[in-house]
Design a protein around this ligand. Structure first.
Ligand code: HEM
Length: 223
């Protein structure tokens, strides 16, 4: 049964929609959490510490965080694998090439594919920058994310990478939210307008909220 669902195009699209919505929920929470940087180092670093002690004493140190990490990794892998398989299927569905080199996939589909690749690369860089500190520009300190974030946004390339990635996040969510709603059957002639408006608002809010952090550091509001 599960095998049949997974093998079908609708099944893979459903996996993409559900895993995408899980990641979207994470992003909304992450963006709101990031805005705490405007309340100063004490509050931001305290928040990062709390992320590791949520659920105590039932949960041990970092257990809740690890649950979230595992859910996210499963969502990322499911999203990427189904995206890859769907696009292979899309290419194979056309037995002969177009005479003119006209792309088969729509503009939105192609932007989603490239956007997805850019975001995957960004996530790897972001984890090495602010979670492990491996590629961090300054003296990375565990437990001091405020200082680490200020270091990153004190470099031109840190700002460039993040701002480009945040624009990619916005575009990806704008189309992705809309597609997910259609796949999960929420679309209808009366609701489509509202769904488009929600997709645009979500994309705009997330991009603006995330970009506020590097802009805050660049303008000296956060230092
Ligand atoms: C300006 C934008 C962003 C800033 C300032 C930011 C900041 C941070 C910081 C400081 C951490 C480390 C938290 C800690 O160790 O306590 C972190 C972790 C993380 N961020 Fe971001 N982030 C941004 C955007 C994003 C985006 C767009 C994504 C996803 C597409 C993302 C995904 C993650 C993930 C998956 C983690 C790892 C959480 C963990 O397992 O510890 N972040 N971010």
């Amino acid at each position: 049964m599960a095998r049949t669902v997974w093998d079908s195009t609708v099944g893979k699209k459903t996996v993409m929609a559900v895993s995408g919505l899980i990641m979207l929920l994470y992003l909304v929470v992450h963006m709101i959490g990031n805005l705490k940087i405007f309340f100063g180092a004490g509050e931001f670093n305290h928040y990062a510490h709390w992320l590791r002690t949520v659920g105590e004493p039932f949960m041990h140190y970092e257990w809740t965080l690890w649950v979230v990490r595992v859910v996210l990794v499963v969502a990322v892998v499911a999203h990427a694998v189904s995206a890859y398989q769907l696009s292979r299927r899309d290419i194979k569905a056309r037995p002969t090439k177009y005479v003119h080199k006209k792309a088969r996939a729509s503009y939105a589909t192609r932007t989603m594919r490239w956007g997805g690749v850019i975001l995957a690369l960004f996530i790897v860089w972001h984890l090495l920058d602010l979670t492990t500190g491996t590629v961090h520009s300054g003296g990375f300190e565990h437990g001091k994310p405020y200082q680490n974030v200020v270091d990153t946004f004190s470099t031109w390339y840190g700002n460039t990478i993040y701002i480009v990635a945040m624009l990619a996040v916005g575009l990806h969510i704008r189309h992705g939210f809309w597609s997910a709603a259609q796949t999960l059957g929420a679309g209808s002639r009366t609701r489509d307008r509202a769904l488009k408006t929600t997709a645009n608002a979500l994309a705009l809010l997330l991009t603006a909220g995330f970009v506020a952090v590097p802009v805050g550091v660049m303008t000296g509001v956060v230092s």
